[in-house]
Ligand binder design. Structure first.
Ligand SMILES: Nc1ncnc2c1ncn2[C@@H]1O[C@H](COP(=O)(O)OP(=O)(O)OP(=O)(O)O)[C@@H](O)[C@H]1O
Ligand SMILES: [Mg+2]
Length: 345
């Protein structure tokens, strides 16, 4: 089992499991596919403290959405199931609880903004009714109270003319406004944990920034903990405290964003940081990480990153590196050669 490093010093509580709102330990998720079972989440561990924002990064297919679905108890059935590990929310191991109990947490405790906003919205119902439904179902509000609450929420997420637009249908909203509607639904019941899965991917750059600012503002206002899933570190660097970098369903590196950014310990993190415009300076050509993400049906032996890794040695091909503490409080990396990577060797 992987263990996170013991926290030390100020601000270390973010990685202290005892104070965590969400603690995921050694999570494994399996999917049945035509080509046989795959394990897109394979021993993933992380924590989220109350009020903290964790950025979860990784290439397409690394298991970010599947992890979020597992935490929310929303894995597609019967193909997907959790085959190992623990998901502890506020001291309760969700995997040992009946589905009905986990369902009751969704909305008032944990809420999610899904990767595709259209999945969360029904095209044939007015947005006000869809937002208001949260209050009717969970708070027993009347139709009228629910509509008033929906207008109030729409204002909070920055939708102009909310009192009029409450009667519009989803297709009458722009992509950015639709994302605001979805966010309004997610925060309606004042959840303590919000998981936002690629909340800005489908939007253009200026709207991306507006949505990120909105999420950061709401996070402050409500004191929510937030998990921001993204493959674009540039988008979340200003709003997240810590990051979890996922590769092939495992943690490659975790730590404070600034520290990982300045001195990565995992070669995958180093490659990712080098490809960021802010780090690469004014160069037009960025340095992508060579090679392709691994095939989950035929994972490489040892460290799954070794075929793409400039640091790979025989040990990396033979032995899977555990997530282990490296320089600095709350930092950990799953690399046999993390110390050399830290030294920029
Ligand atoms: N319902 C499913 N059935 C079978 N395989 C699935 C299912 N959902 C996801 N997977 C597989 O699990 C792996 C991880 O998928 P996931 O959606 O978590 O990736 P991701 O990190 O969110 O990628 P992206 O950045 O593209 O959203 C992928 O290989 C995907 O094909
Ligand atoms: Mg995804």
């Amino acid at each position: 089992m992987t263990t996170l490093p013991a926290p030390q010093g100020p601000g270390a509580s973010a990685a202290d499991p005892s104070s965590a709102l969400l603690e995921v330990t050694d999570l494994r998720v399996q999917f049945a596919t035509a080509a046989g079972p795959i394990t897109p989440v394979d021993g993933l561990s992380f924590t989220v403290a109350p009020g903290e924002t964790l950025a979860v990064l990784g290439e397409s297919g690394s298991g970010k959405s599947v992890t979020a679905q597992a935490v929310m108890g929303l894995l597609p059935r019967p193909a997907g199931r959790v085959t190992g590990g623990r998901i502890v929310y506020d001291g309760v191991d969700l995997l040992t609880r009946p589905a009905a109990q986990v369902r009751r947490l969704r909305g008032p405790e944990m809420a999610m903004v899904f990767q595709d906003p259209l999945c969360s919205l029904n095209p044939v119902f007015r947005v006000g009714a869809q937002i208001g439904e949260m209050f009717r179902r969970h708070r027993g509000a009347s139709r009228r109270q629910a509509k008033a609450a929906a207008v109030d929420l729409m204002k909070r997420v920055g939708i102009p003319d909310a009192a009029k637009r409450v009667d519009d249908y989803p297709h009458q909203f722009s992509g950015g406004m639709r994302q605001r509607v979805v966010i309004a639904m997610a925060i309606a019941l004042d959840p303590r944990l919000l998981i936002a899965d690629e909340p800005t991917t489908a939007l253009d750059v200026t709207v991306q920034a507006q949505i990120m600012n909105l999420l950061a503002g709401l996070q402050q206002e409500y004191g929510m903990a937030m998990v921001l899933i993204t493959h674009d570190l540039g988008v979340v660097a200003d709003v997240a405290d810590r990051m979890l970098l996922v590769y092939a369903g495992r943690a490659a590196e975790t730590g404070r964003i600034r520290e990982v950014y300045e001195r990565p310990a995992h070669p995958y993190a180093a490659g990712l940081m080098a490809s960021l415009p802010g780090v690469a300076g004014d160069q037009e050509r960025l340095t992508p990480i060579p090679g392709a993400p691994p095939n989950l049906a035929a994972l490489p032996s040892g460290c799954p990153f070794h075929p793409r890794c400039p640091y790979a040695v025989d040990r990396c091909r033979a032995e899977r590196p555990p997530l282990r503490a490296v320089s600095g409080a709350g930092r950990a990396a799953a690399c046999h050669r993390a110390e050399e990577v830290l030294d920029g060797g």
